[in-house]
Design a protein around this ligand. Sequence first.
Ligand code: IPM
Ligand code: MG
Length: 372
Amino acid sequence: MKLTIAVLPGDGIGPEVTNQAVKALKAIASEFNHNFKFTNADVGAIAIDKHNDPLPEKTLDLCKSTDAILFGSIGHPKYDNDPSAKVRPEQGLLKLRKGLGLFANIRPVKAYQTLIDKSPLKRHIIEGTDISIYRELTGGIYFGEKQLSEDGNMASDLCVYSREEIERITHLAFKAAQSRKSKVTLVDKANVLESSRLWRKVVTEIAEQYNDVTLDFLFVDNAAMQMILNPKQFDVILTENMFGDIISDEASVIGGSIGLLASASVGKKYAMFEPIHGSFPQATGKGIANPIASILSAAMLLEHFELHAEAELIKQAVDKSLKLNIATPDINTKYDNVTTGKVGEFIEDYINNPKDSNMNFTNIHLGQSTII
Ligand code: IPM
Ligand code: MG
């Protein structure tokens, strides 16, 4: 298959982790005889520094002319504590999501067998967890009108949803549930918010078209608690933009590290693949950032194009790296010298030699090098 891929590494650890995902995709292309063409572009703080714009026109145009987008992360501390900053790196990501119509953000959460004991949550609570979060991505409070009074003492952010915005992601969530455990949980705050009551009404109506799927509801405060108390009760979680942002960071604790959570953002025409984590500025350039979320986002990209065997091979490589502790310090209690690049090399090497007999616990083959 021929695919053109826009690579938007962004800020902080974005470039380091995205590099590893590109390595994995290149290895897949060579193993399966695909033709993947990568083109880089700037977004976020780096784009502000270079072009005075967090999402330069050129970047958006590139994204519109490619088959898929691989996104790193954005954000820089110099903007975080400056409430008066008019231009912010995050605007680049938000404009990209809106500009490409990426209305559904799919965030899979699972407990990896090998990492269960590394989670701060107890084994019996998280073992077997397998959740798919469907977060609405181009509406709600993120995109409603924002106001700051002239004297700077009053501010507001409007949360707006239309029926159509709710309908389109709801259909995707129900279809996903049909090939999973047939359950959708709508997370909202319908006891307080009018927009949540519209979500309940529309989702309840649509549920009638999916008789084989069970629908239940949770208020977001309760959902946050249930996520920690009993995450196995969830199959597909459907929710609006901001609740999805918060719930998915919380859910990442189940997997053992936020550095493991991948996501796909899809619309009618375009698709972007991005780790759920941020730019982790303190780690930039230190080689300690976990590239797995980005690598698994690359696997979601392959799945999007129905390249299932290819995606499966990446996931196998990731499983193997976790099993062998070829992992960055956030999840590695055994070795303290495994860098972002080493994890990427191992995964690349596994893809090239999946049956390599050197893949064992005492002597790990890594292309030209051997560690341990
Ligand atoms: C995410 C991030 C973004 C969001 C930020 C960087 C704007 O937290 O993708 O979850 O809030 O959507
Ligand atoms: Mg977030």
